[in-house]
Write a protein that binds this ligand. Structure first.
Ligand code: SF4
Length: 493
């Protein structure tokens, strides 16, 4: 899970806006950040850590240009060093820089092909480098009479080569030296890529492409839909806009963007994340009332803060008081995206403090967005018990997460996933709760797709139902990917 942004302006320097955008995408990755701009040459600053720690006045002053891309990173593939930070660059052909959000299913095979057959040097273990070289190689070897091909035709050939060779999830923003900005999204549209426009006084238009719409308002951009699945958009330096759908499969965006990743103020694929979370809480409460009509908790507490919205509508639906009985220290990172199991466990108690007045002698119902590894949920329950709750009920706005994600989210092996290892009853006992209830898959899908002018065919929910939308993830592939992930994890922990 990462955040990407690309901005092209015909009028102004954009480094400051890229920086602000990354601040608004910080929740998608806290491992590293980078910005690359172009103004006769590429200018780059990358570093490990938070956006505010990577950039300062001096290095920002170097980032000259009206076109640029930025990235916040959490490592799902690759190591944990500055070499793995994005954007990445190749000098052949033209000079191309790229950043992406996503994950490749066939990274290892492609990395071998790219270096042995295409004779391109891979300098890191991040999968955007492979995409960059597949695209670059195709751009360097156009098919047909080059005199008759426009530059956009050649870009389309490059993206087509990516779609033909690269399997997985990828939303890409890029700059081609002396030419313009190119963006594309995989044919299933698994990872998000939103689009915004800003009209200048002289009628010219600035463009922004980003993982979420969270910075649009601040920067004065109007939301203008999404980069569509299988679509490529190319805008040259003068602002001329070209687009084409190269290959379209069923539109299956990641359902976890709504459950957990995206900020609640984002609009993803024409669906409000906030509204979808309200509906998740509502559906969950209705299920609770059906299953436990006689059990009414005294208070409903969210596991802060992603679950706040679902907990609010859950409490409303039940007619029970919503309570912020767990205070979250906002200056500590999200545990789910901190690499390493031990770090995750330790950080829960630093991050969350129970409020005794709200909890003692009460029957408490905790709403969480999901239970992935189960460590955070167990710690939360332990703390609520320690502060004197009489009964503790736990509900998850997401159904059991049973399968690894190979499309850009850190759910690496079945061994680490609570619901892949144990039944609901066993997890209930391990957590020490009186009742554990999960959302049903159909209720979650309904919550995401009920409203909005979206064209989602069916969200990706491979981590819930084991159906991998790219069609090439079978038991053998899972085994080999899990081995690969375990090797990478052993370096991180
Ligand atoms: Fe999202 Fe799960 Fe699909 Fe991964 S497998 S893209 S987390 S829905």
């Amino acid at each position: 899970m990462c955040g990407v942004v690309g901005i092209l302006s015909t009028k102004k320097q954009i480094a400051g806006e890229l920086y602000e955008s990354l601040i608004h995408l910080q929740h998608r990755g806290q491992d590293a950040a980078g910005i690359m701009t172009y103004n006769e040459r590429f200018h780059v600053k990358k570093g490990t850590g938070l956006v505010r720690d990577v950039f300062d006045e001096q290095n920002m002053a170097r980032l000259q240009g009206k076109i640029g891309i930025g990235h916040t990173r959490y490592p799902t593939v690759g190591g944990f060093s500055i070499e793995e930070a994005q954007p990445v660059l190749t000098s052949v052909p033209y000079g191309i820089a790229m950043a992406h959000n996503g994950n490749l299913v066939n990274y290892s095979e492609l990395a071998r092909e790219v270096s042995q057959e295409n004779h391109r040097h891979i300098n890191s273990s991040v999968d955007i480098e492979v995409i960059l070289h597949v695209f670059g190689h195709a751009l360097d070897h156009p098919v047909g009479n080059t005199a008759e091909l426009s530059f956009f035709d050649q870009i389309c050939q490059g993206v087509e080569a990516v779609f033909n060779r690269v399997s997985g999830a990828y939303s890409v923003v890029g700059i081609i030296m002396n030419k313009g900005m190119v963006v594309f999204r995989d044919p299933h549209g698994i990872r998000p890529l939103t689009k915004g426009i800003r009209k200048n006084e002289d009628g010219s238009i600035d463009y922004i492409f980003a993982s979420e719409t969270t910075m649009f308002y601040t920067l004065g951009f109007e939301p203008s839909g999404n980069v569509l699945p299988g679509e490529v958009i190319y805008i040259d330096e003068s602002g001329a806009y070209n687009r084409k759908i190269i290959l379209k499969e069923k539109f299956t965006p990641c359902i976890f963007e709504y459950v957990y990743f995206s900020r609640p103020d984002s609009i993803q694929n024409e669906v409000s994340v906030y509204r979808s979370r309200l509906r998740m809480g509502q559906n969950l409460a209705r299920r609770w009332q059906k299953q436990y009509p006689k059990i009414v908790p005294d208070i409903v507490i969210p596991a802060p803060s992603t679950a706040n919205t679902a907990a609010l509508s859950f409490a409303n639906e039940l007619g029970v008081r919503y309570s912020e009985g767990l205070y979250k220290n906002p200056f500590i990172g999200r545990t789910f995206i901190m690499p390493g199991q031990e770090n995750r466990k330790r950080s829960v108690r630093y991050k969350l403090v129970p409020q005794e007045f709200e909890i003692r002698n009460k029957n408490v119902l905790i709403v969480d967005d999901s239970i992935v590894r189960g460590n955070t949920s167990r710690e939360i329950v332990r703390m609520i018990r320690e502060f004197g709750a009489r009964k503790v009920y736990f509900v998850s706005a997401c159904p059991p997460v049973k399968y690894p994600c190979y499309y850009g989210v850190d759910m690496p092996t079945r061994e680490e996933l609570a619901a892949a290892q144990s039944t609901t009853e066993e997890i209930q006992n391990q957590m020490g709760v009186d009742i554990l209830m999960y959302q049903k898959i159909e209720d979650l899908v309904e919550a995401v797709t009920r409203k909005g002018e979206h064209n989602i065919n069916r969200p990706c929910m491979a981590c819930l139902d084991g159906w991998y939308v790219t069609g090439d993830v079978n038991e053998k592939k899972i085994d080999s990917l899990e081995k690969q992930r375990k090797r990478e994890r052993s370096h991180l922990i």
